[in-house]
Design a protein around this ligand. Sequence first.
Ligand code: MEZ
Length: 532
Amino acid sequence: MLTQEMLDSIKKVEAKRKANAALEPERMSADAKDEVLKKYHPDYIESQFTDLVMGVNKGEKVPLELAELLEGKSRIKASDVDLSNPKYDVDVLVIGGGGSGSAAAIEAHRAGANVLVSTKLRIGDANTMMAEGGIQAADKPNDSPEIHFLDAFGGGHFAAKKPLLKKLVTEAPEAIQWLNGLGVEFDKAEDGSMLTTHGGGTSRKRMHAAKDYSGAEIMRTLRDEVQCEGIEVVDFSAAVEIILDDEGKAAGAVLMNMETKELCVARAKTVIIATGGAGRIHYQGFPTTNHYGATADGLVLAYRVGAKLLYPETLQYHPTGTAYPQQIYGALVTEKVRSLGAKLVNKDGEVFMHPLETRDVAAASIIKECRDGKGGIKTPFGEGVWLDTPMIELKNGEGTIESRIPAMLRMFSKYDIDIRKTPILVYPTLHYQNGGIDIDTNCMSGVENLFVAGEAVGGIHGTNRLMGNSLLDVVVFGRDAGKSAAAKAKDVKVGKLTLAHIDSFEKEREEAGVTTDTLSPKLLPHYAREVS
Ligand code: MEZ
C-alpha cells in the first residue's frame, strides 16, 4: 500500500505536471557530471573494490564479489574428467544460449561449421530476453555511423577500444536489416519505415524497438532460427572449465549437467564464450534487471585459462529500476519511458535533471537526489524518485502508453498501478557489466581459438554503455564471432586435450595466499538451491 508520504507527494507531482511537461531541463556540464559521478556512483566507492592478487589482471581493481569468483576454486579436478572420450566433437562450441550465442551459432552454422550450443539453463534464458527499450542503428538520413560513434565514445568516457566501437556502429544498419529479414517485428510507421526514438546520450533518434519488449522479440526470432536451422543445443549443461590443448589453445569445455552434476567433454576446434552478464551477483547488494543465470561465468572461465579482462571494475546501474511495489523491486523500467517524454521528479514534484543524461550520470543524480538533495520518497523498504509517466500521454496523446510501452502498463497494472494516471517510483538497479574479456576485432580473446561475444566482452562501450548498444553488440559481435570461429576452425588441428591449468591455477592461489573456498564459476545466484 502506498504510504501517506507517497500519496501526499503524488498530489504535488500532479499539481506541477503540466508545467513540468513543458520544461526543457538543462544538460549538465562535463564538470558537473564528473562531480556527481565521483560522489554518488557506486563504481566510485573504493571500499567495494579490491586488487586482484593473481592471474593476468594481477594488481588491477575489481569489485569484491568478482575478485572472489575470479580467484575462486575450480568446481572440478582434472582427474574427474576423461578427456580421451569426448561426448561431443564439433568445429565450434558456443557456450551460452542468449542473443549473442544464438547469433554466433547461426552464422557459424551458415559458414558450414558443425556447431554445438551448450547452455546452463535453456536457450533464450538470457539478458537479451529481458531487454526492453530497443537497439541502436544509424540508418536515417540525418544520422551516420560516425555520429553514432561520437555519441557512444563520449558516453563511454572515451575509453572504448576504437576498432571495436567502429565495428559496432558501422555494422549496425546491416544488423537491423538482418533481424528484420529473420522476422523481428520492429515498430514501423504506416509507410513501412522504422520508428525510432532517442535514448540517453544520443544526438539522433536511432533507437529501433519492438514496443517495450524488443529483447524478447529479438530472442524469440534468434531462437526460432537456431531451431529451424537444426543447430544442436544442449540445455541445462553448464561449462565449468575451458579445455586447452597441449599448445595452450582453446579446444573445448567440460560441461556439467545442472541436475545430475554429471560431467562430460565437448571437444571443439574453436570455442565461443557467450555467457552474458553478472547482475545476479548483486554487486554492493543492488537488485537487478538481469535474468536468473547472469553470474559472470564467462569471465571466470576465460580468466582461469589466461584471458585478460578489460574494465571489469565498471558496472552499469540502470537509473530506473522499480522502487515500488516490492514484488517487482529492481525490475527494469525501460529508458524508453523517458524517451517518450516522462521526466524524473522529486518528492516536491520538481524536475531535478534532464531525463536523458547518460546512464551513469542519471543513476548518480537519482542517488544524489535521494541522499543530499532530500528529494527522495521513502517507501517501507527503500526509497526512490518519481518517473512521471502520465506526461507521456500529455505530450503524445492518449493511447501512446498502450501502443508503445504495453509491457510497462501490464507490469504495473498487476499491482493496481495505472501508469497512464499515476507516476511510478524508481531507483537505480544493477543492469549491465560494462567490462569483460578483452578481444580483438575478430572477437578472439588473448587465448588462441577462444572467442567471445555479447555482454562477456569488455571494451566495446568503454566504461559506460548507452541504451540500445547492447542488443546491437549482441547481434554484431555474435554474428562476427560465429563467422570468425567457423573460419578459424577450418585450419585448426586440435592437439592433446588437457586440464593442467586447473592445478596451476590452484598452485597460484596458494602462492598468492588465497584461502577462500568459493567455487566458481558461480552458475546460479546465492539464493538458488546449492550447486555443488
Ligand atoms: O540497452 C539497454 O540496456 C536497454 C534498451 C534498456 C532499457 O532501458 O530498455
